[in-house]
Design a protein around this ligand. Structure first.
Ligand SMILES: *[C@@H]1O[C@H](CO)[C@@H](O)[C@H](O)[C@H]1NC(C)=O
Ligand SMILES: *[C@@H]1O[C@H](CO)[C@@H](O)[C@H](O)[C@H]1NC(C)=O
Ligand SMILES: *[C@@H]1O[C@H](CO)[C@@H](O)[C@H](O)[C@H]1NC(C)=O
Ligand SMILES: *[C@@H]1O[C@H](CO)[C@@H](O)[C@H](O)[C@H]1NC(C)=O
Ligand SMILES: *[C@@H]1O[C@H](CO)[C@@H](O)[C@H](O)[C@H]1NC(C)=O
Ligand SMILES: *[C@@H]1O[C@H](CO)[C@@H](O)[C@H](O)[C@H]1NC(C)=O
Length: 348
């Protein structure tokens, strides 16, 4: 098992030796924890005979939803990432009570995936009442939806339990204009390394963002009064048409595709990395990957080969999915993903 992991982790053949060493050494350590993701289990609900077909029910609902609306892949991916990165994968992102619940603090709206999670939960409560956590549903649904969009599937170990507080003090999703150094430190604080960061940012291969997240790049980069010099001038002109400078209060804040090449198809491909390589990334943080020592090498590697990106995707998603999970007697199994059982108005 160990050597298999090592092979997987050193799949970046074209990297300079020093980079390979530094990345792979760190990666092998981390990959070891992926072998036994904390206390989660492979097919937990089947194994414990509590809800044998839980994963099939989830996949069925995701399939149906995706066939109506491809954007569900990007939405579920964002939901799953934010849940794990904000407080750990405990579904606290779904709690709606309290003035400072995570969900109200998230910069990006577009949490349409929430509705699908509720639908899946309703089905599971009918089939296997009180058994399957919202936290597991989020991770399983995101895996299946993004797979339909073209990403590899990967094992989602299960047995997570749901958090009972919406720990708002740790809401800290960084702005898309964050510096590369700060982004690296942020991922590191979550136990994720540079390879994970470059890989997980690949989520921006699909989906949309608000113009306000790029207006600094288009109109006033770092207070210079000029566009970001690292943005391809043609792209910059195109984006300015879609995101007119906001001069009046109450002026709209349109949505633009994070990767115009994937656009309305919501395709999961390596085109995101190709666009970074020729200065055509939409978000500032994405473009900066081309200007960091290790991030540049990884970006070039992914741009030239979808396979490497796919393998890394499976590993990094799996690692992100085990951040601060609750298991055993921790937390609870929520009956409605929006409320802790104590605060659930339907249980009163
Ligand atoms: C979901 O769709 C995929 C791809 O079409 C298919 O392989 C899978 O069997 C479907 N799953 C369910 C539960 O319908
Ligand atoms: C859970 O709560 C939400 C928000 O109030 C509600 O819309 C939904 O119907 C509830 N779901 C179930 C299964 O009770
Ligand atoms: C650009 O930003 C700087 C610093 O925030 C500000 O002082 C300046 O007025 C802005 N320039 C324009 C043209 O908006
Ligand atoms: C993107 O998705 C569309 C529609 O599903 C498909 O026709 C197209 O071939 C895909 N492109 C890539 C690069 O995968
Ligand atoms: C950058 O690369 C993308 C993907 O290969 C391509 O579609 C786009 O035209 C390129 N842009 C420039 C300015 O070369
Ligand atoms: C990149 O490497 C150079 C030379 O080793 C170093 O001075 C610089 O701080 C590094 N930059 C980053 C972002 O790590």
């Amino acid at each position: 098992m160990g050597s298999q992991k090592k092979n997987l982790s050193c799949f970046l053949p074209l990297l300079a030796l020093a980079v390979v060493l530094s990345l792979c050494l760190g990666f092998v350590d981390a990959a070891t924890s992926l072998q036994k993701p904390v206390k989660l289990q492979w097919h937990y609900y089947k194994h414990h005979n509590t809800c044998k077909n839980a994963e099939t029910f989830v996949q069925h609902q995701v399939n149906q939803s995706w066939s109506n609306d491809k954007s569900i892949a990007a939405k579920l991916l964002r939901l799953a990432s934010m849940d794990c990165l904000v407080t750990g994968c405990d579904a606290s992102i779904l709690l709606i009570h309290g003035p400072d619940a995570e969900i109200t603090a998230i910069q990006n709206r577009g949490l349409g995936g929430v509705l699908l999670i509720h639908k899946i939960k309703t089905v599971l409560e009918q089939r296997c009442p009180g058994v399957v956590s919202c936290a597991d549903i989020i991770q399983l649904a995101a895996r299946d939806a993004v797979h339909l969009a073209g990403a590899p599937s990967y094992p989602v170990y299960t047995g997570r339990r749901d958090g009972m507080t919406s720990k708002a003090s740790s809401v800290d999703i960084p702005s898309p204009s964050i510096s590369l150094e700060a982004a690296t430190a942020y991922f590191k604080s979550k136990g994720l390394d540079v390879l994970d960061m470059v890989t997980l940012l690949g989520a921006h291969t699909m989906g949309r963002t608000h113009c306000r997240n790029i207006e600094d790049r288009l109109y006033n980069y770092s207070g210079t009064g000029k566009p970001d010099p690292t943005m391809d001038p043609y792209l910059s002109e195109e984006m300015k048409k879609k995101c007119p400078e906001r001069v009046k209060k109450g002026q709209g804040d349109p949505l633009v595709y994070l990767n115009p090449e994937s656009g309305a198809h919501y395709n999961f491909t390596e085109s995101y990395y190709r666009r970074i390589s020729n200065n055509s990334a939409v978000l500032g943080i994405d473009q900066q990957l081309l200007y960091g020592n290790d991030t540049k090498e990884i970006t070039k590697e992914f741009a030239s080969g979808f396979e490497d990106f796919r393998k890394s995707w499976a590993l990094s998603m799996s690692r992100m999915g085990s951040i601060n999970v609750l298991t055993g007697n921790q937390g609870e199994i929520r009956l409605n993903c929006s409320f802790t059982n104590k605060d659930n108005p339907y249980l009163k």
